[in-house]
Design a protein around this ligand. Structure first.
Ligand code: C2E
Ligand code: MG
Ligand code: MG
Length: 601
């Protein structure tokens, strides 16, 4: 069997391919002879040659084991018909041994096709049935009619099955040829269906049932899927070379799969993990031009079935790309990511904007030094999804930001925040309203333009609108960031450094960017009254901010003990569930006992 051959040499590989070729040739000959026999039997009523049916069946079984591939529907039908044909003919010629053989082969075969052990239970059922028929066979007259029907049925199935097999062969030959020319040689490897078959086979044959699934991702190939006819000859050649290399570095006999989206999939039981990993490391060393990213996940440890394992691989791949690593294994970070994920499709985004499902909620900010007076609000986006309910930014902001609706989204955030600020002013309780923008957003001149338009439209005085800039990882240089912040400050926006202390560049941001406010992340606020190190850090930030004349806001305050401690430490403003959750504009006004004044802006 293939897996046993992993560490053998090329000589063995060649012998094995010869063996495969031989089996294929024998199978084709036997299939042809079976068809001839069938024709002969139809016209001459002779039973000569009926031994070809069980022979074909056996060869199909052998081929199945050698290639360990799935049989297409035509192949499966052929199996059944060859089986049924050989059984009935064996009975007609009164050869019970042959009938037994064929009868036993069928469930064995089905067990592997279906990868379900219970199918084997059919062996005794089959054999008893055959015995039963045979015992009646002796009293020929009684069941001769039943027999005739059985044989007629077998014949028709046999014809149907054979035609189906031939059709499948011709179809795959013609179709795969075309695929091969147009696509990047996908057909060289086992396909999605066969990958599933192989997985089931490995899982069942292993004593511990653990299968490691590897994914090999190549960015150029992933990008080229679906437009392969446009790919250059050089690209096709480099893919062909890569395929060759992949085969060489993998343990001999490994089944290599290729999904429709261009991802290579390999699977291994525990004892071959080292061999696979050595090979894949070598692959990365040698295929530098295509820079493959190799990721892996284990079943049943990380996921119970193959589909979830493949989904895991995609998650690890996205993380590996972000972390700029090219060999990664599924870990707890990936599990957290998957747990927190809501499956949003991009087509839903367009609907969302059309139906005004994307709305800003507002969370109060209060001055703790002035009796918790309301001084501001942060605009936080929510998606009121018709089926999935209220979605928070982690479920969809990344998707929005990478969609064609990115600018529509940002403009809507700015406009809704400005509108709310104006509404509060009109209602007699003017406050400052902040909204979140990323460093990349601020580099986009279209965003800066929108900021200037909004400012012109409402004519706010300086600081009434505030931009919260998060410390998330960014490619934007500090210099560029500073320039764009200077520009928006010119327009009248104030700047808050959001999630302060969580990123890598807090102090550099603090020193170089024209910030007005520091927002301490909830990570330092949670249980601050019980955690001396959070307290020291807050004290330090308050000290630095005061020295520079900045306002300090603490985020995520949930209880009075935290608020008391923050007041003692000199924090200016607080925001958190203790003072109000993020809420829609109308609810916010009600919360503060305000009437909505219709305005003409
Ligand atoms: P952020 O700007 O730091 O927002 C504060 C987050 O803390 C909000 O989560 C808020 O609901 C949550 N929060 C507030 N008070 C408490 C509390 O007492 N306890 C706890 N556990 N959480 C509290 P949310 O709304 O899920 O937003 C998460 C992040 O998504 C925001 O962090 C912000 O970075 C981003 N975000 C929100 N709205 C927008 C937006 O319009 N545009 C962009 N680009 N990002 C946004
Ligand atoms: Mg924020
Ligand atoms: Mg924050």
């Amino acid at each position: 069997m293939q897996v046993r051959d992993y560490n053998r040499n090329n000589w063995f590989k060649n012998r094995r391919s010869l063996f495969r070729l031989l089996i294929n040739a024998l199978l084709l000959i036997s299939l042809a002879l079976s068809l001839l026999t069938l024709l002969q039997q139809l016209f001459t009523d002779s039973l000569t040659g009926s031994y070809f049916y069980p022979l074909t069946l056996s060869l199909l079984v052998i081929q199945y084991f050698v290639h360990r591939i799935h049989l297409s529907w035509g192949g499966a039908v052929a199996f059944l018909t060859m089986g049924a044909g050989s059984i009935s003919l064996a009975l007609v010629s009164d050869d019970i041994a042959l009938a037994y053989l064929s009868g036993a082969l069928l469930p064995v075969l089905l067990r592997f096709v279906l990868a379900q052990k219970w199918v084997l239970l059919f062996i005794p059922i089959w054999l008893s049935l055959l015995l039963f028929i045979h015992s009646y066979r002796v009293q020929e007259e009684l069941i001769s009619e039943l027999y005739t029907h059985l044989i007629t049925l077998s014949y028709s199935l046999l014809v149907y099955g054979s035609v189906a097999v031939l059709f499948n062969r011709i179809y795959s030959l013609v179709f795969y040829k075309e695929c091969k020319e147009n696509s990047d040689l996908t057909s060289e490897f086992i396909d999605n269906y066969q990958i599933h078959q192989h997985f089931d086979w490995l899982k069942n044959k292993n004593p511990d049932g653990v299968v490691r699934v590897y994914g090999v991702y190549i960015k150029n190939i992933l990008d080229s899927v679906g437009k392969s006819s446009e790919s250059s000859i050089e690209f096709k050649e480099s893919v062909t070379q890569f395929n060759q290399l992949l085969r060489e570095v993998c343990p001999a006999g490994a089944s290599i799969g290729r999904l429709d989206n261009g991802v290579y999939v390999l699977m291994s039981e525990r004892r071959f993990w080292d061999a696979f990993e050595r090979g894949l490391r070598q692959l990365k060393k040698e295929a530098t031009d295509l820079s493959p990213i190799v990721v892996s996940t284990d079943t049943p440890n990380d996921s119970t079935d193959l589909d979830s394992a493949l989904h895991n691989l995609d998650t690890v791949f996205v993380r590996a790309t972000k972390e700029k690593t090219d060999f990664a294994r599924f870990n707890l970070k990936d599990r957290d990511h998957l747990n927190g994920q809501t499956d949003i499709q991009s087509y839903e985004v367009s609907q969302a904007f059309a139906n005004h499902e994307i709305q800003m909620f507002f969370q109060p900010k209060v001055d703790i030094k002035d009796n918790n007076r309301l001084v501001g609000a942060e605009a936080l986006v929510r998606w009121i999804h018709p089926e999935k309910g209220l979605l928070t930014p982690k479920d969809f902001v990344d998707l929005l930001e990478s969609s064609p609706y990115r600018l529509t989204f940002i403009n809507s955030v700015v406009e809704q925040s400005a509108h709310f600020c104006e509404t509060m002013k009109q209602s007699g309780l003017p406050i400052s309203v902040s909204f979140n923008l990323s460093a990349n957003d601020l580099q986009d001149l279209r965003v800066t333009y929108e900021l200037s338009q909004v400012q012109e439209k409402y004519g706010f005085s300086a600081g009434e609108l505030q931009i919260e800039l998060s410390e998330q990882e960014t490619d934007v240089s500090l210099d560029n960031l500073k320039r764009s912040l200077d520009a928006v400050k010119e327009l009248g926006y104030s700047i808050a450094l959001d999630d302060f202390g969580t990123g890598m560049s807090s102090l550099a941001y603090f020193q170089n960017l024209p910030a007005d406010t520091i927002k301490l992340d909830r990570a330092f606020i949670k249980d601050i009254h019980l955690n001396p190190s959070s307290e020291h850090l807050t004290k330090m930030v308050v000290y630095l901010s005061k020295a520079e004349g900045l306002t300090v806001v603490a985020e995520g305050v949930e209880n009075a003990s935290e608020a008391d401690r923050l007041l003692k430490l000199g924090v200016d403003q607080v925001q958190g569930f203790l003072f109000g959750k993020p809420m829609p504009a109308t609810e916010f006004l009600q919360y503060y006992g305000l009437e909505l004044v219709e305005d003409d802006v």
